[in-house]
Structure formats: C-alpha cells, structure tokens
Design a protein around this ligand. Sequence first.
Ligand code: DC
Length: 224
Amino acid sequence: MNKKTILQIAIDGPAGAGKSSVARAVAQRLGILYLDTGAMYRALTWQALQKNVDFADTDALTHLAWETSVTFDMDTHRVLCDNTDVTEAIRTPRVSEHVSAVAAVPGVRARLTELQRNVASEHPIVLDGRDIGSSVLPQAPVKIFLTADLHQRAQRRQKDLNEQGLTTTLNQVAQDIAVRDEKDSSRATAPLTQAADAVLIDTSDLTLSEVVEEVLALVRRVAP
Ligand code: DC
C-alpha cells in the first residue's frame, strides 16, 4: 500500500458471523472509523415500514433511498434516519424480515454504495457488509470473509435478541438467518459472496479477540 492510499478494511460474510463485533473492535484498536453498512440497509427498511412503502415496488424503494438521510454518530455509534435515532428499532425481527427485499433493489444499492464509497475515500475505515470486498471497494487492501457454522451464528443472534428482550427458539433464529442468507446470496446485484482475494476466517471455534488479532495481523502485513 503506498502512503497516499487510505487504509480500507472490508469485512464481509453471512448473518451472525460476528462481523460487526470484529469490525468495531478492529477499528477501535487502529483508531479508525467503522461503518456498519447493514445498518444502512436496515435504516431504509425501517423507513419503508414507517411510510408503508410496498416492498415489491422497486421504484418507490429507490426513491426512498435517495430522499432519506442515513447517518452515523461515529463516536456513539448511534444510527440516525432523517434525524430520528433508529439504533434499536432497526434490529427488530420485522426489519430483519424485510431487509433482504430492500437490499436486492439495484437503485437502493447504487445509492448506498455511493455513500459508502464517499466515506471510504476520505477516511481510513473498516466497513462490514456483504459486498464490500467484491463490489463496493474491490481495491481494498485488506479483505476478510468471516463465516461460522449456522448453529453458532444462530446462537449469537439469539443472544442479541434476548438482550433486546425478545424471546425466540434457536430453530426459528437459525431458519430466519438461513432464509436471509439465501436471499442475500442469490440476488442479481452485488450478492453476498467471498471476493477471490479475501481471506476466509471461520469464527466457529474462535473467541472475538482471537479473530481481532488475526485481522490485525493481516492489516500489519499490508500496512506495516
Ligand atoms: O449485517 P446485517 O445483518 O445488519 O445486514 C442486514 C441486511 O442488509 C442483510 O441481510 C443484507 C443487507 N446488506 C447488503 O445487502 N449489503 C451490505 N453491504 C450490508 C448488508
């Protein structure tokens, strides 16, 4: 990486692989920004629900993407949608259920990809998502694809839901994330996929700090 290149770390993978915990910890250790791109798709989905937009109406969803402001407070990690704090609201099962439909709309992806590239061109940053290494930032010097077996991912997601006071069975959570992964992997535009030059890390039997150390070692190799 030459001196003028801004450090970009792309972390992709299926739901529940631990991307956001790892991305946030890596960004904190390096003192750089962290952008949760899934939160952007979730915020638009929340807005579509608020405005009763038909999830089959791709033009209306595209229009919504261009007229809605989705911003982050980079210090507190709060997510704002047209200035409403939606940090907790975007994590509900209702948003999770519809987010893949919103994320499959090419016009929505064009808008959010543009916003993501703008931030990443100005600041050293860690981004997590589904298509960062393969589509948003194909030139990113560090690309990681995080995965874990479905049972582990479901357990982690169930813990997150429990912390929000939502109870659900492990089987239901596993089924929901498998359905979402299938939709995210099979869409025509920028599907969930491992970039050819991404490093695969299976987090099933690793602790958070072990994964973070592995990512930091990769970063040191590229940007000593
Ligand atoms: O990471 P997450 O589960 O919060 O992401 C929510 C959804 O957003 C996910 O099911 C697919 C979509 N997404 C996407 O299509 N591209 C990204 N870069 C990030 C998320």
